[in-house]
Design a protein around this ligand. Structure first.
Ligand code: KIV
Length: 301
């Protein structure tokens, strides 16, 4: 497999299998952890080969891939379809799968059954669950079943209707206290990492300093142990204005538009395909065919 050569040693390190233990080591070494979402084989391969340590099949695929309004509609089966594709593209990164809304809120048996499906059928190594303190017992049960769990607190998109929109959390003292309780509960429960989404930088820094678990920020400032972005935000493929924390590293929409318009224009103007882009008969077949056609034309005269 080819990776952009950045230098032999670094190259080898990038290709080493990432585990929940190696993430903790990275936190201890203060080596920033990178995480991106991916929802299909091709993207997963590119992200993995670039040396990103964690790949998340986020329920954000409800919006980015399936065009739903929010993340609430996506089902376990829809998620699994994407997790399986991503699994086939990932070699080194740690593969996380989001448990979608409704797959862990009903009861713990149901949650355990769904978490197990992500591991057995999807090949996920970690499942991610939104919520802090109130999910700690459930998370312990899932970890007891040998399934590593990632926590996710702050702006939790599955709570959009309760939060009354996508709002930055932890902006007042009681909010900060709740976030700290959530983070400590997840830390004690033994999660593999804690996603901190949409919270003030100062609060994320306090949590990161307080817990042994690696924190992965999205809209949570630079003091987190790592950063995650939604792939479609990174490459501008969202059809929506970017949130404050998003940095665009590419313009996939522009690239795709340009390619599609070019194809259309070339076909309409008979510029595509050219003779070089066409298959040709072998010479003897062509000679034989020409003779058959000539004989046919002579008989018709
Ligand atoms: O679904 C998702 O993509 C996520 C990330 C934003 C962390 O949960």
């Amino acid at each position: 497999m080819s990776v952009t050569p950045i230098g032999g040693r670094l190259h080898d390190e990038l290709r080493r299998k990432v585990t929940t233990a190696s993430l903790r080591e990275q936190k201890l070494r203060h080596e920033p952890i990178t995480c991106l979402t991916a929802y299909d084989y091709a993207t997963a391969r590119l992200v993995d080969e670039a040396g990103i340590e964690m790949i998340l099949v986020g329920d954000s695929l409800a919006q980015t891939m399936l065009g739903y309004e929010n993340t609430l509609s996506v089902t376990v089966d829809e998620m699994l379809h994407h997790v399986k594709a991503v699994r086939r593209g990932v070699k080194s990164a740690l593969l996380l799968a989001d448990m979608p809304y409704g797959s862990y809120q009903i009861d713990s048996e149901d949650a355990l059954r769904n978490a197990t499906r992500f591991v057995k059928e999807g090949g996920a190594e970690v499942v991610k669950i939104e919520g802090g303190e109130k999910r700690a017992d459930l998370i312990r049960r899932i970890i007891d079943a040998e399934i590593p769990v990632a926590g996710h607190i702050g702006l939790t998109p599955q709570s959009v209707n309760v939060m009354g929109g996508y709002k930055v959390q932890g902006k007042n003292l009681s909010g900060i206290e709740q976030l700290m309780r959530d983070a400590l509960a997840l830390d004690r429960a033994g999660v593999a990492c804690i996603v901190l989404e949409g919270i003030p930088r100062e609060v994320a820094a306090m949590i990161t300093a307080e817990v042994g678990t690696p924190t992965i920020g999205i809209g949570a400032g630079p003091e987190c142990d790592g950063q995650v972005l939604v792939f479609h935000d990174l490459v501008n493929l969202t059809f929506a204005p970017a949130a404050k924390f998003v940095r665009r590293y590419g313009d996939a929409a522009g690239l795709i538009r340009h390619a599609v318009q070019g194809f259309r224009a070339d076909v309409k103007s008979l510029q595509y395909p050219s003779d070089e882009e066409s298959y040709h008969l072998p010479t003897e077949t062509k000679t034989g065919l020409d003779m058959v056609l000539a004989r046919k034309r002579a008989m018709q005269r």
